[in-house]
Design a protein. Structure first.
Length: 103
């Protein structure tokens, strides 16, 4: 169906039934992505790489578990960088948590 006809169809539904065009567009996009999971996965990876969503949210949107999403990233050669605390911070936390273990 051509784009102009689709627009007219949405306009007609809005006039006849009071359907919100935004709802139609959102549902159409949702259905499109659900029938094209590879495209949905690509978009999810892109959002995660841009820092727009967390790893857990990306996995959820893609319909995967976090370990599965990590495997997808690894298979695509995407390296995940993680931040860790400095040695001094870790030592201080260890002393705080296990004070009896210190000499």
């Amino acid at each position: 169906m051509e784009a102009r006809l689709l627009e007219e169809l949405v306009d007609a539904m809005m006039a006849e039934r009071g359907v919100d065009p935004k709802v139609i567009h959102e549902e159409a996009l949702r259905l499109y992505l659900n029938t094209n999971p590879a495209l949905k996965l690509d978009g999810t990876v892109a959002l995660w790489r841009k820092g727009r969503i967390s790893l857990a949210k990306a996995a959820e949107v893609a319909g995967l578990t976090v370990p599965e999403f990590k495997e997808v990233l690894a298979a695509r050669g995407i390296i995940r960088e993680t931040e860790g605390k400095s040695r001094e911070e870790m030592d201080a936390k260890l002393k705080e948590t296990l004070p009896w273990q210190q000499p």
